[in-house]
Design a protein around this ligand. Structure first.
Ligand code: NAI
Ligand code: NAD
Ligand code: ISE
Length: 336
């Protein structure tokens, strides 16, 4: 069976996902595109999806009998309405992070999926499919003893002018919020945020960098540095300190060079390159499950927990160092 997929939001990542579905992966085809900026959808049709129909609205795309499954890759604040519409239509839906920009939005999606009675939603937390994180998890689960601390860093070379302080949490650190919970098999109980002096590349509405300290139910303390104007590269670091040893996330492969009287190797600068293989794997997983009329991988529950946690982290930004409690509701059986 070829899964006929419609993409809502044909910006940077919508275009890239459409390309991989039509030209890299198997078992699916892009048949529909929609974007508030029609020219963007037309450009993606011309470049990577010539057979796709263009729909005026995401809702019309979801309702089309020619569409079996949906990719939501529009701006974060628009995700909830499309995911809810896909669930109402009973169609599998891959939603880029964040699932919803508020915990209330995440809850509405979980409630709708539970009422539907079957998983339909996969959230785009692609790091769970990254070969480095998968290898790190294996070592954390079996070799270094119980985790005590995690030191992590999420560094972007630069961000656009409209990127403001809370986005460091719900646009950027949301990846750590999800992947560290998965890596440690644990949940968060509190968050604190510390601000060192702002770097010279910050602006009035962005305090950068920042350090988020999360405590887990098992008592592990996690520090995450978020530095989105670090200038030198796109750099993701993660070190787990266990009872018996320490394990690090491997850096991406880079050729060690001896050049100009220096030892050096390249550091990536674009998120699209850093996790390129894991985007392929997560979407292939989505296609396999969608062919069976369901979804697997990171769930609405994971997206909802990430939203609850990111709400707490944003409150902790305002609390200037004080701890903000994170309280999770009971997990519905659908997500066990
Ligand atoms: P972008 O700004 O390049 O693209 C967003 C597109 O959505 C634009 O073409 C815009 O016109 C369209 N759009 C906005 N509102 C819409 C609506 N109501 N209906 C239809 N289309 C609408 O942004 P980008 O970088 O592609 O990000 C899109 C999403 O993907 C975001 O949620 C972002 O958080 C996520 N993302 C995930 C990454 C990952 O590593 N998993 C990396 C980059 C982005
Ligand atoms: P799976 O074997 O059922 O399916 C995933 C597919 O991806 C398989 O075909 C596998 O071979 C492939 N794959 C995974 N990592 C790869 C890599 N680095 N390179 C190439 N291929 C790779 O596995 P699964 O149980 O769906 O797990 C996939 C990932 O998602 C895992 O990291 C898993 O822990 C995670 N996961 C999380 C949840 C959750 O929400 N808690 C649920 C399911 C899976
Ligand atoms: C972007 O949306 C991503 O998801 C990237 O992985 C992240 O590094 C970046 O900060 C976000 O804006």
């Amino acid at each position: 069976m070829t899964v006929r997929i419609g993409v809502i939001g044909t910006g940077a990542i919508g275009r890239d996902h459409a390309r991989r579905i039509n030209h890299v992966l198997g078992g699916a085809k892009i048949v529909a595109l929609s974007d508030v900026n029609r020219a963007s959808a037309e450009a993606v049709k011309a470049d990577v999806a010539p057979d796709a129909a263009i729909f005026e609205t995401g809702e019309a795309l979801i309702a089309s009998p020619d569409v079996d499954a949906v990719l939501v890759t529009s701006w974060g604040a628009t995700h909830e309405q499309y995911v809810l519409a896909a669930i109402a239509a009973g169609k599998p839906c891959f939603c880029e992070k964040p699932l919803a920009t508020t915990a209330d939005g995440g809850k509405r999606i979980v409630d709708a999926e539970v009422a539907h009675g079957k998983r339909l939603v996969q959230v785009g937390f692609m790091r769970r499919y990254d070969a480095g994180y998968v290898a790190l998890k294996k070592v954390v689960d079996s070799q270094i003893g119980a985790p005590i601390m995690v030191h992590a860093a999420h560094r972007n070379p630069a961000v656009p002018e409209q990127y403001v302080t809370p986005m460091a949490i719900h646009d950027t650190m949301i990846h750590e919020i999800d992947v560290l919970r998965w890596l440690l098999d644990d949940d968060y109980v509190s968050a604190r945020v510390l601000f060192p002096r702002a770097s010279a590349r910050s602006h009035a509405k962005l305090r950068d960098p920042q350090i988020v300290i999360l405590e887990t139910a098992k008592g592990t303390i996690i520090d995450v540095e978020i530095f989105v104007n670090c200038h030198y590269g796109y750099d993701i670091q993660c070190q787990v300190v266990g009872e018996d040893g320490i394990a690090n996330l491997p850096d991406p492969m880079a050729i060690p060079m001896r050049l100009g009287a220096r030892q050096q190797s390249e550091i990536l600068t674009d998120w699209k390159d850093r996790f390129i293989a894991s985007y392929d794997v997560e979407l292939q997983d989505f296609i396999h499950a969608a062919a069976r009329g369901t979804a697997s991988g990171p769930s609405s529950w994971d997206g909802y927990v990430a939203a609850i946690t990111s709400d707490a982290c944003v409150s902790a930004q305002d609390a200037e160092g004080a701890a903000v409690a994170i309280n999770l509701p009971a997990r519905p059986a659908l997500y066990n």
